[in-house]
Design a protein around this ligand. Sequence first.
Ligand code: WTA
Length: 712
Amino acid sequence: MSEDVQGQAADEASESSESSEATIAVHWREEGYYPPPPKFIGQANASDPAILDRFAEANFPECFREYADLLHWDEYWHTTLDTSNPPFWKWFSGGKLNASYNCVDRHLATDRNKAALIWVPEPEDTGDTVITYQELYRRVNEFAAVLQDLGVEPGDRVTLHMPMVPELPVTMLACARLGVVHSQVFAGFSGGACGGRIADSGSRILITMDAYYRSGDLLDHKVKADEAVEAARKEGQEVDKVLVWRRFGGQYSAKTPMVEGRDVFVDDLLADHKGAVVEPVSMPAEAPLFLMYTSGTTGRPKGCQHSTGGYLSYVAGTSKYYQDIHPDDTYWCMADIGWITGHSYIVYGPLALGTTSVLYEGTPNYPDAGRPWRIAERLGVNIFHTSPTAIRMLRKVGPDEPAKYDYHFKHMTTVGEPIEPEVYRWYFTTVGKGEAVIVDTWWQTETGGFIGTGLPALFPMKPGSCGPAALGIYLDIFDENGDPIPKGSGKAGNIVSRAPWPGIFQTIWGQPERFVSTYFEKYNKDKNSTDWHDWPYFAGDGAVQAEDGYFRILGRVDDVINVAGHRLGTKELESSALAVEEVAEAAAVPVVDDVRGRAVEMYISLKPGVPADSGVEAKVTKAIETDIGKIARPKNIWIVPDMPKTRSGKIMRRVIAATSNFADIGDITTLANPEVVEQIRHQVQNTKHAKGEVPRELTEAEEAEIKSFGSE
Ligand code: WTA
């Protein structure tokens, strides 16, 4: 079916509104709808609109029984939602269960020989590794026995710094089996970043792998473990044991030596536990399952703590209704397990439902942009899940590749950042071949699972909008005073969730006051109230709601830069740059990037007496790569004579963000040093002209984001 037929006549009228302090003006064209293909509707898990009534606000919170009933409970709960200590909600209180049992053991009776995981290594000449539920059970038990031997107890934290290999879900599920809280750090993050997270979580064990493939290279990963242990030690946390999985069994692929007494090869330990069976520990529903660190506006990352019962129920329910996972589907989420998407929608959701989940080790365009489609064709993938960044990149480097391969998706997901309607259309028409629904899912590390998205058989798609609130979620847009902004007004504001839901994180590890102040204080009117109505969840995203009730997410309202769907805190970037001796001041801003959504640019001013040509740029890049990882590498570093500042001395990031993006600089009358703005603008924009780096014209939403970037 052609795009013209699919996309119904778009409403060309632009909407516009006045901009004020409390609202951001939005002007854009409303996009046309795409109806879900009839074949999809016919087989969908949720195709009867009665489900919407079951999850209506009047049925909250009991509606979420439907999700919890997808699991096996050792003990049924007595209170669905306990609000006695707001906003530290407790879901399914009194209930007991084990996440590993739910994702593995209970499928054995009927599906032991079914593939639980299919691992695709990056080198294309290597075969896939197929892990059946029976084999997963064996591996999880044996590794749980290894952990048990090391004396870990329920509630202990263990840090993982692992690449996309099957040993990662095995490790997570082994922890879960014992009630041990895992904290997986994205393998692309540096040893230093991992060390900070080890220290924050108080982990005494680090689990890593010697090496893995990325873009054709076998990377030495173990070296990062040594750096991580060192970094943790500097923060006062000792690591007793580093468990090293080997990418190639029996053979060490890293150069860094093993540290005697501290480092151990996992395959050596496993040899002593062949055939071991470890009873899953029955955990209270509110026991923490894992920590997932994410960036906030201060340097210290936030360890989002997710629960066992509420989280697992929520990801199982949303995997069933939104990912439309059926037992016989082959599901592939191309995200990394190091992010929340991989936890919820590669490991816990799909395995709780007993489906087959595909894991890919490498980069999507290795060795060429046809790779994802070859994998999809070979494995018969029918549900595909990725991010706008990956879609943009594959569209750029291989726009015609999908047509060359014989695969058929029924369902495709996009997550992590707003997707441009143009890119959406390529995803629909070229990747999905007009046969698949697209589910645009808005959510966060904090939310555990999707909270803004439409049921694919019941809501038509609209490019650029995530859709309505998910089942049992009641979203609103508030202005700065907490008054709801009516839908269809064309005015943007802060998106909030009026009520809690089972997947919401429980707290920030070790920082409960920050949990309350960041997410609830803004709109809470009575801090003594135990009524959940008084505790709307402030997500930190700007959004606008169209007349049809669909939400369009405009991006972060805080100082977080979303690079390729991953949140980087400006403060983290800046403190890394400030560690370079010559640097006096540093400011990080987002720059619109056609592939990654946003990239980082750094502005640096030097200490007196340091010459401008002293090679500070390379040092800053190195520092950021070491502290955070290559994902954060700045696109440009500008050494400037001074930063634009308010009279109180605060750097005005919005002014430099506008400079980097060639956007309107806005009002600078309140600056202490307005003359520096013009100077910086010349320097940056002339260089960008010379390098051919002038960005395309920004959309209204991008312009609004850039111009309001950074709190003042
Ligand atoms: C952004 C990733 C628009 C948003 C799951 C959010 C999105 C942040 C979407 C969370 C979407 C996520 N459309 N923007 N469908 N999904 N975002 O914690 O700004 O890594 O707050 O979780 O990504 O990023 P995080």
